[in-house]
Design a protein around this ligand. Structure first.
Ligand SMILES: Cc1ncc(COP(=O)(O)O)c(C=O)c1O
Length: 432
């Protein structure tokens, strides 16, 4: 049986966690801080639980330079839960803002009685004619998110701004030119996935077209499940950023939402369920309500404090390793990715990198082993040899096949170098 030190695990998530964090967490699971109780046994309503939540929030804000006008939420339901949560919450906010606009146009000030029938009629017209949610479909995960939106609100309200497959022979692997994007006028949100885990596609930087336009828009929502904490992000450009913890932050079980406070009360109210029902719009489960989770400092219902603790320990370790915070991690992430891509590029007869160079992910490196023509056999061989070199978790996603090296934050530079070396040796042996 191999020890942890003998293995570098490149799985796409759950991913490797630092051994020192796991050792500390293992102790905390049995007896946290000499309390005689393990952390998974302590109440989420206890003072120590609140302390763990607040410290993790503060350290995340510090590491990513999250401005004060943003709130950090710990939620449940994973990235997939956020596909639904973003729709419920952003559609509600769109409706509330529309409602306020209509009331203003009708001259209804606070305290005056609201003409319910007139309001519902005007709102229904706005929903039917103008409610749109915009999706950039650049890979399997943004596609899934857009499909969830269609399931919840209907295809008539979902606008696919761009679909990468149309610009890349029917397959994901490229980000369409911004000049071809078809954005709606004032959509409830523009949604995109910053790093597509399955297809190995990453936005090289924040899209120019989506930059803030001075007033309240556009409302940008991003899934950063697989590249968070690996590069500096212009948080100010986003309304919502979400990510599951299990790739770059911690263990499976918590999902983080970074949300601009102007999308929460008191800046904006949540429309009454009766109103949404009248408009034929979905009412989200209370546990997916950003307002509810924010109001309760993420402790509306039982949250896994143990998972928050692991995330907190990862953040502490990152903060002490990188005095320049996420910039330090970014430099390493780039170096690791470059090392692996260069090894692949050196043997074009043996390897084919899947995505276009313009959109290659630093985090999920997807390639085919083409040597000898029989790709299936070559990939089986490649994987077998990798395992005997202690390089595991390299099999591509079942929907696309091939090889995928998930180069998340807990993979150290020597791990990436070991993979690059194996890529080189394998190609040389085959060529001999
Ligand atoms: C980019 C991205 N978004 C969303 C998800 C879905 O996350 P979950 O499994 O936590 O629902 C994944 C899972 O791998 C992902 O990679």
């Amino acid at each position: 049986m191999p020890s942890r030190e003998e293995i570098t695990y490149f799985g796409a998530g759950p991913a490797l966690l630092p051994t020192n964090v796991l050792n500390t967490a293992a102790q905390a699971l049995v007896n946290y801080d000499n309390t005689g109780l393990g952390l998974a046994e302590h109440s989420h309503r206890s003072e120590l639980a609140t302390g763990i939540v607040n410290t993790a929030k503060a350290d995340l804000a510090k590491y990513l330079d999250v401005p004060d006008d943003y709130e950090i939420l710990f939620m449940q339901g994973g990235g997939s839960g956020e596909f639904s949560a973003t729709v419920y919450n952003m559609v509600s906010i769109w409706v509330e803002r529309r409602k306020q606009r209509i009331l203003k146009e009708l001259g209804i000030e606070g305290g005056k009685e609201i003409p319910e029938d007139e309001l519902v009629m005007q709102l229904q017209k706005a929903v039917d004619e103008e409610l749109r949610i915009d999706y950039l479909v650049t890979g399997s995960w943004s596609l899934k998110a857009s499909q969830e939106a269609t399931r919840l609100v209907g295809a008539e309200h979902v606008n696919v701004v761009a679909d990468s497959r149309k610009a890349n022979d029917g397959k994901f692997g490229k980000i369409p030119e911004e000049s071809t994007w078809k954005l709606s006028k004032n959509p409830a949100m523009v949604y995109y996935c910053d790093n597509e885990t399955v297809d190995g596609v990453e936005f090289p930087e924040f899209p120019k077209t989506l930059e803030p336009n001075g007033d309240d828009g556009p409302i940008i929502v991003a899934d950063m499940s697989s590249n968070i904490l690996s590069r500096r992000i212009p948080v100010k450009n986003f309304s919502v950023i979400f990510f599951g913890a299990q790739k770059n932050l911690g263990s499976t079980g918590i999902t983080v939402v970074i949300i601009r406070k102007n999308l929460l009360p008191p800046a904006v109210a949540t429309p009454a369920p009766t109103l949404l029902r009248k408009l034929g719009l979905p009412i989200g489960p209370i546990v997916l309500s950003y307002e509810t989770i924010a109001k309760n400092n993420s402790l509306y219902n039982t949250l896994s404090i143990f998972d928050v603790y692991i995330a907190g320990q990862v953040l502490k370790s990152l903060l002490s390793t990188f005095p320049d915070k996420v910039d330090g991690q970014q430099a390493i992430a780039e170096k690791k990715a470059k090392t692996i891509y260069e090894a692949l590029e050196a043997y074009p007869e043996s390897y084919k990198i899947v995505p276009d160079k313009s959109a290659r992910s630093r985090m999920n490196i997807c390639f085919r082993v083409t040597h000898g023509g029989d790709v299936d056999a070559a990939e089986k061989n490649f994987l077998k040899g990798a395992v005997s070199n202690g390089l595991t978790g390299l099999k591509g996603h079942r929907s696309v096949g091939g090889i995928r090296a998930s180069n998340y934050n807990s993979i150290q530079l020597p791990g990436a170098e070991a993979l690059a070396k194996y890529i080189t040796v394998f190609a040389k042996e085959k060529a001999a």
